[in-house]
Design a protein around this ligand. Sequence first.
Ligand SMILES: Cc1cc2nc3c(=O)[nH]c(=O)nc-3n(C[C@H](O)[C@H](O)[C@H](O)COP(=O)(O)OP(=O)(O)OC[C@H]3O[C@@H](n4cnc5c(N)ncnc54)[C@H](O)[C@@H]3O)c2cc1C
Length: 475
Amino acid sequence: MSTAAHDGQQDRHKVVIVGGGFGGVQAAKALKGADVDITIVDRTNHHLFQPLLYQVATGILSPGLIAPALRRVLKKQRNVRTLLAEVGEIDLEAKVVQAAAPDGQRIDLPYDTLVVAAGATHAYFGHPEWAEHAPGMKTIEDARLLRSRILGAYELAEVAGDQAEQQAWMTFVVVGAGPTGVELAGQLSELARHVLPREYRAIDTRSARIILLDAAPAVLPPFAKKLQKYTRKTLEQKGIEVRLNTMATGMDADSITVKGPNGEERITARTKVWAAGVQASPLAELLAKASGSEIDRAGRLSVDPDCSLPGRTDVFAVGDMVSTIDRLPGVAQVAMQQGTYVGKLIAARVKGDDTTPAPFRYFDKGSMATIGAREAVADVRGVKFTGWLGYLMWCYVHVAFLIGWGNRLGTLFNWVRSLRYARYRGHRLISVTASYDRSLDPQDVAVDSAHPHENVEHRPEIDPNATSGTGRRPA
Ligand SMILES: Cc1cc2nc3c(=O)[nH]c(=O)nc-3n(C[C@H](O)[C@H](O)[C@H](O)COP(=O)(O)OP(=O)(O)OC[C@H]3O[C@@H](n4cnc5c(N)ncnc54)[C@H](O)[C@@H]3O)c2cc1C
């Protein structure tokens, strides 16, 4: 066991931040120059820009562009130390955070003030077994796994023995028509209709079936009606089947069963993606139990208006894992603003300011979602934008919030390239170990439908149940 402390500065006020996502990094930055020693601990070594994960999953961006090393993000801030470890326990009485390093070594992190910003993970509405059939997108590993499954599905359609088999591989179902589901479905359509068609010989990728379903009566539920209508129309023009008032009731490796206005239906589809519910980090429940606070149905921890735990002025929680009285949405802006607020509050306290802080107030800068290349919707303080204009605004905001000029320029370059040159996708590497089961059943020798007279000796199978190493970790 080791205790991690900043060298030679044992007496300074110690701030431990759990989570190097949007909330955690902003809290650390707001403490820049403060007379404190900050330890930021994350179980990954990067700061992930989740809003662009779907572009990694569909081959537009490379993972590195949206996930700079956390250590590098904070390297200029001398009062911050970055640790790679997974937090498992928090002792509020002893004021110690317990974490495990990648080699299992236990690390104890004593604190004077604690900020927990551990985010959220997927929720499968009481069906955790669906996770293996319909992975979600929360981590870089998730996005890479999805990329392997999506592109791998076309590879297997190309060598499928008959048309039914081809169609099973070329049917994609996205569960959840919020911004993530809409963006992913839009890109699946771009891939099928514009990027891949000339690359295959046995299949016509344009006949791929893409289904977007949601239990709600509209796509993009939190957006204005006008934008919802525009989005649905644009999705349908892109050949996507939008099924509303429809929910998933079952699934296996080969299919998904849905229940909608016309009753129950089993759809044969090998590739399913989960973009529906989210559940707060288990650290929310742990803190609730330790402090007597409450959690809601999504596992989010109730915090006071200053983001502190009820009755604890030394412990704060921010971002996707908390719920506030005003029921703020689980978006990056909320996490960032709460992180900044808490960081400033701690800096003021360390300076000796013990006045009761003004409650946290969220400044809603608007919401936006892309539907495809050159198509997006945006609602900026009541002013609504669609099409090209919405898309340009979306591009501007997302590039501006990426960390690092290199990543911003690299992302812009990829976007221009993907728009200008036949919707080019430059990052289509499939992870063979994650997606292919190389054990070939000798009975299972397929006839290649592109060359029906030749036997294909080695038909690599994609294991639809393959999961990535850390991606499916229970958060
Ligand atoms: C696919 C997708 C698309 C999105 N699109 C948008 C969008 O367009 N606009 C928008 O505003 N928001 C969007 N969001 C939501 C936004 O990303 C979140 O609201 C935001 O990331 C929340 O920030 P956070 O700091 O609370 O959590 P996160 O950013 O998730 O950070 C949590 C951090 O804690 C770490 N962590 C978790 N548990 C532990 C542990 N036990 N020990 C150590 N470290 C731990 C994680 O590794 C992670 O780095 C999207 C989210 C997803 C998944």
